[in-house]
Design a protein around this ligand. Structure first.
Ligand code: NAP
Length: 294
């Protein structure tokens, strides 16, 4: 039987419409204009595309959008100064510092300079700690998007065995916390895990955020499981062209899974819209108005 395809693109489009409607409403009622600032250091082409798309989406939703681009050799002090200035800027409610940083800039120092109230990627120790304490206000965008898709397509995941492969601050760790808060029984795996295929075969919910194309094979998937593929990998498609594939071998996994996210069109489609949602939530909180219904 064919699996249910988890359509992140369709869900993201509905969420985007809700964010846009709430932005208009809060603008009319409170004169609120959410402001998103992006900070990019260096010229990594993928990061440039991500940042451009974030600014474009913010503008399309009626947000103020500020884009700061520093050279590859920008000293750490300059990056920290900009991040602090954005923290003081009343017209900016969300600050996204595109990682990774070039070697001379310590990411921990940047995160320490970032105002947690404007940390729309939820990477600061304050926001990571609030999530751990069950009191999160801003939740990391991609894990938040995954939880929305699970709620929509699976519903109650109480007692389900969930395996998260990958333990990054950006995805794996917050995803595991959110799954735990939703009462799943959570296992985290990483590059030192023994018998990853064996662990994967026990998972009702298999989440892969590894960064290795087609790494998770079909015979790792428990029949009927929900497979969430977070990976975004650019691979050679022949003819000098590239294509994007996930961390899961989709064709193999789709023969066994009960539901699966495609790449592209699955998790990736959710991330930018969740960032806009976080910016609107941050803007409302900073302006002291009731939280938006998004
Ligand atoms: P990351 O920081 O590089 O983390 C990768 C994780 O995978 C690490 O925890 C690593 O383990 C683990 N890993 C590496 N090789 C492994 C192996 N052979 N077996 C088991 N685990 C292994 O990456 P990330 O930022 O979390 O991103 C992961 C993937 O998701 C990438 O493809 C990225 O592009 C994608 N992503 C997509 C979105 C989106 O919007 N859809 C957002 C964020 C990330 P160790 O900790 O032991 O090294």
């Amino acid at each position: 039987m064919s699996p249910r395809i988890i359509d992140g693109k369709a869900f993201a489009s509905g969420l985007r419409a809700r964010v846009e409607a709430e932005t208009k409403r809060l603008n009319a009622s409170h004169g609120l204009v959410p402001g998103l600032a992006t900070v990019l250091v260096g010229n990594d082409p993928a990061s440039e595309v991500y940042v451009r798309n974030k600014n474009k989406t913010a503008e399309a939703l009626g947000f103020k959008s500020v884009s700061l681009h520093l050279p590859e050799n920008a000293p750490e002090g300059e990056v920290l100064k900009i991040v602090r200035q954005l923290g003081d800027d009343k017209s900016v409610h969300g600050i996204l510092v595109q990682m990774p940083m070039p070697g001379q800039v310590r990411e921990a120092a940047v995160l320490d300079a970032l105002d947690p109230a404007k940390d729309v990627d939820a990477l600061t120790p304050t926001n990571a700690g609030l999530l751990l304490s069950g009191r999160a206000h801003l939740v990391s965008c991609t894990p938040a998007g995954v939880m929305m898709l699970l709620k929509e397509y699976v519903g109650d995941i109480t007692g389900a065995d969930a395996l998260v492969i990958g333990r990054s601050l950006l995805f794996g760790k917050p995803a595991a916390q959110l799954l735990l808060a939703a009462n799943a029984t959570v296992t985290m795996a990483h590059s030192r895990t023994r018998d990853l295929p064996g662990l994967a075969r026990r998972a009702d919910i298999l989440v892969a955020a590894i960064g290795k194309p087609n790494y998770v094979k079909g015979d790792w998937v428990k029949p009927g499981a929900t497979v969430i593929d977070v990976g975004i990998n650019r691979v050679d498609a022949g003819n000098g062209k590239h294509k994007i594939v996930g961390d899961v071998d989709f064709d193999e996994a789709a023969k066994v899974a009960g539901a699966i996210t495609p790449v592209p069109g699955g998790v990736g489609a959710m991330t930018i819209v969740c960032l806009m949602r976080n910016t609107l939530i941050a803007a409302a909180a900073l302006a002291g108005v009731p939280p938006p219904a998004v």
